[in-house]
Design a protein around this ligand. Structure first.
Ligand code: NAD
Ligand code: DAU
Length: 373
């Protein structure tokens, strides 16, 4: 059974993956390496603290020698690499951190895996795996009548974020071709679900509807994204680790394209239904339009477009399905309902993330190292 170094495991997808993997692979050990940036939340993993199979390390993937030390010390044979700066808007405002973490940080991890697995031969080559978690945004933007992205679609990244992810994909590929590092890469479409940081569209809009705040819709709201429930992404990575071919790239997506404005309307209707059906719930969110019998869509506010805003993403996951048997379990409608219900049930989490108070909880609970007391 694989023993994992999971980078970025305190973030949105990383935390969902760690919980999924922990439940699905009871004898596997997991070491999480996470810098706990604004997007990383130690509380997301608190439920695993008592388990000796789980170790949390507070650190930067770009720190020279750190990842190599962890691979050696914990005898790890698999890296699942999520750590990244991930928000497109932030990359437009300040690209430097994106280049540092997504490119240089990834390179530091590749060097570590090459050193420990290939040079020092601490793990047999056929057991080792470096899995790189990437994005469909590296392929650029589609017109409405274009076919979906496939693995051979030429790279055409349009934002500093996607350009940095594209660079990291190329480095991963190069380490396989040049040094023989056993790698796989997945390029996934937009995820949503539990622990999603409320700066991205779906969690932001759920929280804003509950708090009665404006819902900012960029441009004309007709940009299309292809949505995947986060646990289906975790299952896809598991499928690639188990049955994917070394050196290959797999696209991951749920064939669930939707215009942003349609996502907004669907989520508004879901929240309205929940609040109208439950007076106690409505009482918890008095500023939400639904609590006063109005429609949350009244909060929709069209705002200036994102610079360079990609019009449409769509992904064809046929290769992944053909080679591993993976298919998504959630549809957009079941996944959105689960997500809205998760945010309703986890108000302290998103309030703590938004007002920064979870940081104080982390310090009290874990101190500066992030290790469980
Ligand atoms: P996120 O921003 O929620 O989490 C990123 C995590 O990485 C955080 O825990 C953060 O603390 C950590 N991190 C950042 N810089 C670090 C560093 N230098 N060293 C160690 N840890 C660091 O991101 P996410 O949405 O969970 O995305 C995870 C990965 O999946 C990223 O590589 C992203 O490009 C990719 N991806 C995301 C989506 C999506 O829809 N969110 C879709 C496809 C691919
Ligand atoms: O496609 C995969 C990518 O999906 C990942 O690689 C990124 O890490 C992830 O952040 C996501 O990128 P997007 O830019 O597509 O996600 P975001 O949630 O920021 O925006 C989704 C769409 O909604 C996009 O067209 C912009 C729009 N939007 C976003 C926000 C935050 C709005 O209209 N209003 C908003 O307030």
């Amino acid at each position: 059974m694989a023993d994992l170094l999971v980078t970025g495991g305190a973030g949105f997808i990383g935390a969902n993956f760690v919980h999924y993997w922990h439940a699905a692979h009871p004898s596997s050990r997991i070491v999480v390496l996470d810098a706990l940036t604004y997007a990383g939340n130690r509380a997301n993993l608190a439920a695993l603290d008592a388990d000796p199979r789980f170790t949390f390390v507070h650190g930067d993937i770009g720190t020279e020698g750190l990842a190599a030390d962890l691979l050696r010390r914990h005898a790890l044979d698999t890296v699942v690499h999520f750590a990244a700066e991930s928000h497109v808007d932030r990359s437009i405002l300040g690209p430097d951190a994106f280049l540092q973490t997504n490119i240089m940080g990834t390179h530091e991890l590749l060097k570590a895996a090459r050193q420990v697995w290939l040079e020092e031969q601490r793990v047999p080559r056929d057991r080792a795996r470096f899995h790189h978690v990437s994005t469909d945004e590296v392929y650029g933007s589609l017109s409405f009548d274009d076919p979906p992205f496939v693995e051979t679609t030429p790279y055409a990244p349009n934002s500093p974020y996607s350009a940095s992810k594209a660079a990291s994909d190329h480095l991963v590929r190069a380490y396989h071709h040049t040094y023989g590092l056993p790698v796989t890469t997945t390029n996934c479409s937009n995820n949503y679900g539990p622990w999603h940081f409320p700066e991205k569209l779906i969690p932001l809009l759920i929280v804003n509807v509950l708090l009665g705040r404006a819902i900012p819709v960029y441009g004309d709201g007709r940009n299309v994204r292809d949505w995947l429930y986060v646990e289906d992404h975790a299952r896809a990575i598991d499928a690639v680790l188990a049955r994917g071919r070394v050196g290959e790239v797999y696209n991951v997506g749920g064939r669930a394209e939707a215009a942003n404005i349609d996502i907004v309307r669907t989520v508004c209707a879901l929240v309205d239904d929940r609040l109208r059906a439950d007076a106690a719930l409505a009482g918890r969110f008095p500023a939400s339009p639904a609590s006063a019998g109005a429609a949350s869509t009244t909060l929709i506010t069209y705002v200036a477009d994102r610079p360079g805003h990609d019009r449409r993403y769509a992904i064809a996951p046929d290769k992944l399905t053909a080679e591993t048997g993976w298919t998504p379990r959630e549809t957009l409608s079941t996944g959105l309902a689960r997500t809205v219900d998760w945010f309703l049930a986890n108000e302290p989490w998103w309030r703590g993330v938004m007002d920064g108070s979870y940081r104080a909880w982390i310090d009290a609970q874990y101190g500066a190292t992030g290790a469980a007391r």
